[in-house]
Design a protein around this ligand. Structure first.
Ligand code: FE2
Length: 376
């Protein structure tokens, strides 16, 4: 990094009114948290951390907490109808409710964001047990999705107060997932810029990149996307909106089946994508198929890479290069019956971009799946 760039970054950090230490956790509201926890433990290699439910004296909902590297997932199911969690599942199916961000001061995070127009979700709330205390606060973002600010500097328990240590369902081996690289939201046609402004004005993020329908279009459909990042760059939230195409775009399909705006995909980073994807495939995770022709011209497009092309072709891993290096990535099929949330596995080798060179191949693969669902 040049000296000028370093100084600029330092200044940006100095003026950052919402310093974020990283993604704290992602909470999913699901129809059957117990079975979802089993799936993420055994298929994705997450390790059991904590539990809250009837056995711990909590009578509203059951929650299972699992972790791999710095990625913490929480799966929550209500015991009864007639509450917000049950309504969320009825409307959206399984999906992401909370994108929690770790901060040093959740009271300040709430004050700064709500003062700038953030819609309050939870005023600063202190929770404690024998392991110490946390302060949580939160604001709304797109759809029914919320950001919770987590201040956990004075807490030593397994997750949050009220959660008990939990041993999971037998043994499972991690597959090398390290951290959340980025988390993408789908919003309605014409609303992308409103959420770009939300992340800029309310959360102090800056826009890294934008893609328009010239970058991201196939014969049938198109989308627009802008990538927002926080001051230190740890948090990246791309926002997608559908663009006018000849047929229904993947974003429109998502919005129709999620019945609203929400998290489209979570990208999880690995240092060894070949190992990670081989393990995921062995454990039955389904990925979008990449046509063999993609690999015939791969080296012409991306130049020299460390990984054998035949192995990438066997596993369906995509490669893209930018000015700073290259990246390897692959996308799962949706992980629930509704064609909504899916995952990206990404390995960065210098590249800081998002695989623009793969968009066309990727979206054609998505459209083949849409056509099979009768939704193209
Ligand atoms: Fe992505």
């Amino acid at each position: 990094m040049s000296q000028i760039a370093e100084v600029t970054l330092k200044r940006a950090e100095d003026s950052d009114f919402l310093p974020i230490l990283g993604t704290d956790y992602i909470e999913f509201y699901v129809g059957n948290a117990r079975q979802a926890a089993y799936y993420y433990q055994h298929a994705f290699g997450f390790q059991p951390i904590a539990y809250r439910g009837l056995e711990s004296g909590y009578r509203e909902a059951a929650s299972y907490v699992l972790r791999q590297g710095k990625i913490t997932f929480v799966f929550t199911t209500p015991y009864h109808p007639g509450n917000f969690i049950a309504d969320h599942i009825y409307r959206h199916g399984d999906g992401v409710r909370v994108l929690a961000l770790q901060v040093e001061d959740a009271t300040q995070a709430y004050a700064e964001t709500t003062r700038r127009g953030g819609r309050p979700f939870m005023p600063p709330t202190r929770l404690e047990d024998e392991n110490g205390y946390v302060i949580l606060s939160g604001i709304h973002t797109y759809g029914d999705t919320v950001h919770i600010f987590v201040e956990r500097g004075h807490y030593n328990g397994p997750f949050l107060p009220g959660y008990l240590p939990w041993g999971g369902f037998g043994q499972s081996t991690p597959i090398g997932l390290k951290y959340v690289d980025h988390c993408v939201g789908n919003v309605y046609l014409g609303e992308m810029n409103q959420f770009v402004a939300f992340y800029r004005d309310v959360m102090g993020f800056r826009q890294l990149i934008s893609f328009d329908d010239k970058d991201i279009s196939t014969e049938y459909s198109a989308l627009m996307s802008k990538v927002m990042a926080n001051g230190n760059g740890y948090i990246k939230f791309p926002i997608n909106e559908p663009a006018q195409g000849r047929r229904k775009s993947q974003i429109e399909e998502y919005l129709e089946y999620y019945h609203g705006q929400g998290v489209q995909h979570i990208a999880m980073a690995t240092d060894d994508i070949i190992h990670t994807v081989r393990e995921l495939r062995r454990r039955g995770i389904e990925f979008l198929e990449t046509p063999k022709t993609y690999y015939e011209t791969l080296l012409d497009r991306v130049g020299q890479i460390d990984e054998p092309v035949e192995v990438l072709a066997e596993l369906g891993i995509l490669v893209d290069r930018d000015d700073e290096g290259y990246l390897l990535q692959i996308f799962t099929k949706p992980v629930q019956d509704r064609p909504t949330l899916f995952y990206e596995i990404i390995q960065r080798k210098g590249a800081k971009s998002f695989g623009k060179g793969n968009f066309k191949a990727l979206f054609e693969a998505i459209e083949r799946e849409q056509a099979r669902r009768g939704n193209l």
